[in-house]
Design a protein around this ligand. Structure first.
Ligand code: PEP
Length: 251
């Protein structure tokens, strides 16, 4: 049987955090220093904090990521950030296709694939988000939606080294609701199969994260589901103590 991919617990701060919040990364870094954890740990702060966060996390187990990138390298795209800029600021990964961007900015699978390709071109790991809406979940369309999103959002040249998938049911994000462990296992196993069809054996080493209302109280159970290789965490990543409670699932 193939060895499981190394797990990742990544925190997405979204549009939260000022320089004062860097103390959370400082606490996280120093507490992790004393622990043996069997997962990688990442914080994706707002881009305004990346450079300083990099300094704060220096020499620690905390990696840094961006929350989105533009598909182009540079140019007339006011307010946007390129993958190269994120790399330059200290990121080793970038989230692409988060449901908030798909909904708020009308991002399509094609846009997401182009952003993931830009991440790869800049030696960033692309954390590609997929997930169904509540209506799709209730209509039992989850697997169909996920199949289409994986097919459309995975760029040419995706490998286990440069790509991570995050399954985030839209209805579970920030709601306190989660699918059952059985449902999570079913979707993650389906994602693994779709990755197999696209990438062959390489797919066994692609980390597949679960995201949506992960908290210290439910992390252990959710992380134990088949084909779950870590978590993408929103609200509970803002405070180091909560985030450490989730990371504890991998101690
Ligand atoms: C997210 O938006 O990626 C997320 C998982 O949020 P939360 O953990 O707050 O549900």
């Amino acid at each position: 049987m193939a060895k499981s991919p190394k797990a990742l617990v990544a925190g997405n701060w979204k549009m939260n955090g000022t320089r004062a919040s860097l103390k959370e990364i400082r606490t996280l870094a120093s507490k992790l220093n004393d622990k043996k954890v069997k997962c990688n740990v990442m914080i994706c702060p707002p881009a305004t904090l990346l450079c300083e966060a990099k300094e704060v996390a220096k020499g620690s187990k905390v990696k840094l990521g961006g929350q989105d990138c533009h598909a182009a390298e540079s140019g007339a795209h006011t307010g946007h950030i390129s993958a190269g800029m994120l790399k330059n600021a200290g990121a080793s990964a970038v989230i692409v296709g988060h449901s908030e961007r798909r909904a708020d900015d009308g991002e399509t699978d094609k846009d997401v694939a182009a952003k993931a390709a830009a991440a790869h071109a800049n030696k960033l790991t692309a954390i590609i988000c997929v997930g169904e809406t509540l209506a799709q979940y209730e209509n039992k369309e989850t697997l169909r939606v996920i199949t289409a999103q994986i097919k459309g959002s995975l760029p040419e040249g995706a490998t286990a080294k440069n790509t991570i998938i995050a399954y985030e049911p839209v209805w579970a994000i920030g709601s306190g609701l989660t699918p059952t462990v059985k449902e999570v296992a079913k979707v993650h196993t389906h994602i693994r199969k779709r990755l197999n069809a696209a990438l062959g054996d390489e797919a066994d080493q692609v980390a597949i994260l679960y995201g949506g209302s992960v908290k210290p109280a439910n992390a252990q159970e959710l992380m134990s589901a088949a084909n779950v290789n870590g978590a993408l965490v929103g609200g509970a990543s803002l405070k180091a103590t909560d985030f450490l409670g989730i990371i504890a699932a991998y101690e």
